[in-house]
Design a protein around this ligand. Sequence first.
Ligand code: AMP
Length: 433
Amino acid sequence: MSFETLNLHESLTRALTAAGYAAPTDVQAAAIPPALAGQDLMVSSRTGSGKTASFMLPALTRVLASRLAAVKTRGPRVLVLTPTRELAMQVAKAASDYGRYVPGLRVATVVGGVPYGAQLAALRGPLDILIATPGRLIDHLGSGKAMLGNIEMLVLDEADRMLDMGFIDDIKHIAQATPAQRQTVMYSATFAGHVGRLAGELLREPQRIEVSSQTEAHGDIEQRLHWADDFAHKNALLDHILTERSVDQALVFTSTQRDADWLADRLHEMGHKVASLHGGMPQGRRNRVLQGLRSQHLRVLVATDVAARGIDVPTISHVINFGLPMKEEDYVHRIGRTGRAGRTGLAVTLAERRDSGMIHRIQRYTTQRIPMATIEGLEPKRAEPRPAPAPGLPYGAKPGARPAGKGFGPRPGGKPFKPAGKTYSKAGPRPAR
Ligand code: AMP
């Protein structure tokens, strides 16, 4: 299935292309058509399945319809309730991402733990989509500041969690403040017990959608860690891996945009079909690069974390971490770009000694050791760093602390790596900053 068959407005499909999405996920394919038709839905699907877009695209379609009809109302048309502030922020980001080409889209969040002032200002102004946690929204309703009389679509995201957190009365109260003829869409891992009863109260002839297998489901991802003695050794390892026959397509991550361009140039000179992808490139070029990857004109893509978020190309057989991520959770996002659509994938991390602090944090975050590997003739000469303090990084440093080495950075005195009995194409110096 493609996004075209969903008949979404052109401004939405454009945003999806910009995000790099090739096709709808299972929950999107199942939920978007009935949601567009105005049906109430009870949807079960896991986080990571693309569920946010499955309600946000229909929500944005409503906003677009009102723009075209030039209807002016006060108060939002769409209300999304989420259990936590973090989820509300994620949903708001999805609204702005998918709605980036919707003219003058106005999205506001109303969540606990932040001052009332800005929220009140947002609630007073014209608004399309309101994303809120139930507790704080109740406060604003009580003071008469939140207007819910024009709500056309109510979304309850992670309803089971909201009920676990004791929000049942708040949710009922909020729903009562919205028009009875609204569309209601409810997402929950389960619809047993009290969640099911709430659904019975709030939804009208809902369609039940259950997506157990996700398109996002990962096949087996094998992980390997290669220690490199220095930058030249790391390049030699990369070059060796890229010549392996088992590489259908490789996604190579660098820490910075500059590194991505530099490495893509170097690999291009070596004869690889390669391009770089990062946020500093114009959107048109980014789209063409992604197209080149999908059509297999490119075999190697050198990318930064942000640019690679939306990449869903099942033929990526290898993810190679050439520069480590800045945050340990990005490691998980990165390796998830392979092993798509049930295939197997290989995630290779090339680390220098100064990266040992980040490797340690990644392993702690994933609660897994990344198995070490070597390549014959390219074995490291220096002993494996202990899973311990990298220079300047205390053992057990707080997540988010800056890793000891980021990007290439000039390293004075770094000598080219010369393994015994093996020659390799010279990587050249690290790119200057
Ligand atoms: P969600 O389940 O909504 O939290 O989405 C999980 C991740 O999947 C997010 O990073 C989305 O950007 C991404 N995503 C959503 N829809 C698609 C799609 N059709 N193709 C590829 N990635 C997607």
